[in-house]
Each structure stands twice: as structure tokens, then as C-alpha cells.
Design a protein around this ligand. Structure first.
Ligand code: GRF
Length: 297
């Protein structure tokens, strides 16, 4: 438990114990001061209980924090405790939250797509005018893919990749790193993502699959093949799965799913349209939430 706290606070072992001692001394000192003030202002056993409660709350909310800061400063930990106090005051709404360094970081996202690119277009539209997120690159493996036109129209640079190098070599890591990419979204990208890329972007590559995984996923399950299989199996519902990418097709941890119903009149085409609607409604929002949580923008 101590190790976890230490990691969370980003401090050394020695610093952790000094901070621990500061908290302990603060507790003892605050109790002592509270008792002293109680006697000083003449509160006794007979005093109305509310006054005593009010004194304790005041001491806890203000006195404790002042004492804590003082011990922190005395023990050479002013920076840690001041940061702690500021967070507390911000949480209590007593101090405006300031933009930390990481709040200003712009996430530079690459979209890998090799199809029509309607999801890519939707993601670009969603993040347009957002200072914290930029679509810095469209990666594509088909020179005739519609997504290249979308990139062009939106002024997003493109990278056309070649199968052997992608699968066996360095997975174009140097190009991605040179462009400053820190998050990868697959939206209609059919090649298996190789280990080199996953290692370069741990938990920072996500995919969208047009079915409710783990059903109807895996090698060869893409585009209309998925919808044909779902309808042929007589499923009553299908949907979308947004998941982290690992080295196996469609097997990484699920981030989000949404479903739609299938009725007897549905064809692979009408189901594809329902799925696309779900994708447009949820994919950019899920990316946004994930970035806020994990990538530290
Ligand atoms: C989407 O249905 C997505 O789920 C799948 O490929 C399709 C891409 O469509 N992975 P588009 O190119 O974004 O229109």
C-alpha cells in the first residue's frame, strides 16, 4: 500500500517517511491546539455541543492545513504540501483550478484507415478547433482509398505504408515518432498490428470493430463479411466494440460497446448503416474520454 502511494505521489522512499511524520505531527499538534483553544475560550462540558463541533470543524478545515504546511516547510517538504493544499482548495471550490503543464499538452493522434474513411472524417470534424487534440497523420495502405481524399480536404498529412515493412520491420515507428504521434486510432484498418508498433505505443492504440466482440471478430471478419455472418446467424442484435489493440485480431481489452437491434427486414447493407450511425455517435466521444483519462492531456 505504501509503495503504491509513493508511486502515485511520485516521491522517493525517504521523502515518503518524512511526509508520513509530518502528517503524524500535524494530527498531534492540531489536537493539542484544539484543546488549548477550548480552555482558552472557556468551553466546558456544559457548553452547547454545537459550539464545540464548530470549533473542531474550523480547526480541521483551517488549523490542520496551516499546521501541516508549517511542518511540511520545516521538514523541507514545502513543495509537496503546497501542491497538496492547492489541490484540496481547488476541490473545495476555494481556489480556481490552474492549468497544469499536462493540461496544455496537445495529443497528436494518427488515424490508420484504408477504406472510405467516414469514421476518420467524423473524428477530424469532432476534434476540429480543439487546442488539446490534433489529428496529425492519416496512415493508409491503399493508394486508392477514399480516406486519402478526406485527409487532403482537411489538410492532414498522410503516410502510405507498405505491407512487408509494416509487418516485419519497425512498423514505421520512426515516421510516427518523428511526426510526434502519441496516440493511434484504427478506423477501418485491416492489417494485423505488429509487436513493434504495440511496444512503441503501449495501451495507446485502439480499434473499432463493427460487431459485439468477442463474437464475429478475428481474421477475415471485416466490412460486410461481419454483417453477413451476424444476419446469417439470426442474431437479434449487433453493435460496435471499441477496444485496445494487442497482437491478436480483435482481442484487446474492451473499452466500450453499444448495440442496435436487428429486425427480419435487415440486410447486411441496412445493418452496416445502423452500425455506422453508432460509430459516428460514439467513437469520437470515447476517444475524447480515453485521452482525458489516460493520455494526460
Ligand atoms: C467501420 O465500420 C469500422 O467499424 C470498421 O471499418 C469500417 C470503416 O468504415 N473497422 P469507414 O471507412 O470509416 O467508413
Amino acid at each position: 500500500m505504501f509503495k503504491r502511494l509513493q508511486q502515485k505521489w511520485g516521491i522517493s522512499g525517504a521523502q515518503f517517511w518524512v511526509i508520513f511524520v509530518a502528517f503524524g505531527l500535524t494530527g498531534i499538534t492540531t489536537a493539542f491546539i484544539t484543546r488549548y483553544i477550548t480552555g482558552w475560550i472557556g468551553l466546558t462540558k456544559e457548553t452547547f455541543w454545537l459550539w464545540k463541533v464548530l470549533l473542531r470543524i474550523t480547526m480541521l478545515v483551517f488549523g490542520y492545513q496551516v499546521v501541516l504546511l508549517s511542518y511540511g516547510a520545516l521538514l523541507g517538504q514545502w513543495a509537496f504540501f503546497w501542491k497538496y493544499e492547492k489541490l484540496l482548495l481547488q476541490k473545495l471550490g476555494m481556489m480556481p483550478s490552474e492549468k497544469t503543464e499536462s493540461s496544455f499538452k496537445t495529443v497528436n493522434m494518427a488515424i490508420f484507415a484504408s477504406g472510405a474513411g467516414s469514421n476518420a472524417a467524423n473524428i477530424i470534424r469532432y476534434f476540429k478547433n480543439r487546442p488539446d487534440t490534433k489529428i496529425g497523420l492519416i496512415v493508409c495502405n491503399k493508394p486508392e482509398a477514399g480516406v486519402l481524399g478526406i485527409a487532403d480536404k482537411n489538410g492532414v498529412p498522410t503516410l502510405l505504408i507498405e505491407k512487408d515493412r509494416f509487418a516485419k520491420g519497425d512498423a514505421y515507428l520512426p515516421e510516427l515518432q518523428k511526426t510526434g504521434i502519441d496516440f493511434v486510432v484504427l478506423a477501418g484498418f485491416l492489417w494485423k498490428v505488429p509487436a513493434a508498433l504495440i511496444a512503441g505505443y503501449p495501451n495507446k492504440i485502439i480499434n473499432i470493430h463493427p460487431a459485439l466482440l468477442p463474437k464475429y471478430g478475428g481474421k477475415g471478419m471485416y466490412g460486410s463479411k461481419v454483417h453477413e455472418a451476424v444476419i446469417a446467424a439470426g442474431e437479434k442484435e449487433s453493435g460496435i466494440t471499441i477496444h485496445f489493440v494487442n497482437e491478436h485480431y480483435d482481442e484487446g481489452a474492451t473499452i466500450f460497446q453499444a448495440s442496435c437491434s436487428i429486425d427480419h427486414a435487415d440486410t447486411p447493407e441496412t445493418l452496416a448503416a445502423k452500425i455506422h450511425d453508432l460509430e459516428y455517435a460514439h467513437f469520437p466521444k470515447q476517444i475524447d474520454e480515453l485521452l482525458a483519462k489516460h493520455v494526460g492531456k
